[in-house]
Design a protein around this ligand. Structure first.
Ligand SMILES: NC(=O)c1ccc[n+]([C@@H]2O[C@H](COP(=O)([O-])OP(=O)(O)OC[C@H]3O[C@@H](n4cnc5c(N)ncnc54)[C@H](OP(=O)(O)O)[C@@H]3O)[C@@H](O)[C@H]2O)c1
Length: 277
């Protein structure tokens, strides 16, 4: 099976490279139609994985001041892929995000049919625009919506690595995605050539503050940090952040269920503790 991965140098792209070690990873700009056409013609893939994104460094606040770059990578690129993969009848996979929602939808969590309700940061807007456009082509593309991804590595974009550097940590319940389980779920969906939107998060919810309490217990008893509310975070961040719970009933109907979040976080923290010794 010939696989092409765009955005292969990123946090998620590099994980896909491990999942499909023989894949091609052309270093192109997906916002440039000619680049995309050349890569598709050269490698003739069976599957295209779009792990591209302007996600912002050090965080999504960057996107507020770099709207064009963000649009180009997060919206124009996926549209070019939709068109070029569509013309060739190619199966492709796009990384969506749960950050287009806010709240827990009355305890039910947001499902794949719910309209986005969080457009308060430019990054979230760009992800919502692409998500909603791709949703109109449910036969053509598999869109994976993950949320606050984490694993047991020291990767700078791992949620646990990020919040371990903060003095103040948000205490709001969220869905989160354990990366190794996300990859396993994705592989199953790809093997079945599933298309359309899928929320892929662990079962249950947790707050970043609760993760840090577990971090203190398992990784570093000397760690000091304080809890902050979303209102307090708004005073120090440039753009508001989404806090949301996603519903995974659609994924469960495929026979796929990620582990309870506490279990997955505990395992990741134990791996971090082991590697830091
Ligand atoms: N990590 C998260 O918290 C999270 C959560 C939900 C969804 N997602 C989505 O998952 C995708 C990947 O995220 P990530 O965390 O892996 O991001 P990342 O670490 O920032 O990686 C993004 C990758 O995209 C590449 N890229 C950016 N613009 C490009 C363009 N126009 N053409 C080609 N390549 C381009 C980057 O290359 P350079 O390094 O050369 O710029 C990098 O390889 C994004 O769509 C993101 O929205 C991420």
């Amino acid at each position: 099976m010939r696989v092409v991965i765009f955005g292969a140098s990123g946090y998620l792209g590099s994980q896909f490279m491990k999942m499909y070690p023989d894949s091609h990873a052309p270093s192109i700009d997906i916002g440039e139609k000619d680049h995309v056409v050349s890569a598709l013609e050269e490698f003739q893939p069976d599957i295209v994985i779009n792990a591209v994104g302007r996600t912002g460094r050090p965080n999504v606040d960057w996107c507020e001041d770099h709207k064009e770059e963000t649009m180009w990578s997060n919206v124009a690129g996926p549209l070019i892929l939709l068109n070029e993969c569509g013309k060739r009848g190619l199966y492709w996979v796009h990384m969506g995000s749960g950050c287009i929602y806010n709240g827990d939808n009355g305890g039910k969590g947001y499902n794949e049919e719910d309209e986005p309700n969080f457009m308060e940061s430019f990054y979230s807007k760009s992800k919502a625009w692409a998500d909603q456009m791709l949703k109109e082509f449910p036969e053509q593309v598999l869109v994976l919506r993950l949320r606050m991804p984490f694993d047991g590595t020291a990767e700078e974009r791992n949620l646990i690595t990020k919040i371990a550097h903060y003095d103040k940590v948000l205490d709001v319940q969220n869905s989160v995605t354990c990366i190794p389980e996300f990859l396993e779920a994705t592989k199953q969906l790809i093997d079945k050539k599933k298309t359309g939107l899928y929320n892929i998060v662990n079962s249950g919810t947790i707050s970043p503050f609760q993760i840090m309490e577990m971090y203190k217990e398992i990784v570093d008893p000397a760690k000091e940090f304080a809890a902050i509310t979303n209102d307090e975070l708004l005073k120090i961040a440039k753009a508001p952040r989404s806090n949301c719970v996603l519903n995974t009933d659609k994924l469960k109907k495929e026979g796929i269920e990620l582990r309870p979040v506490e279990e997955a976080v505990k395992d990741a923290l134990e791996e971090i503790a082991k590697n830091s010794k």
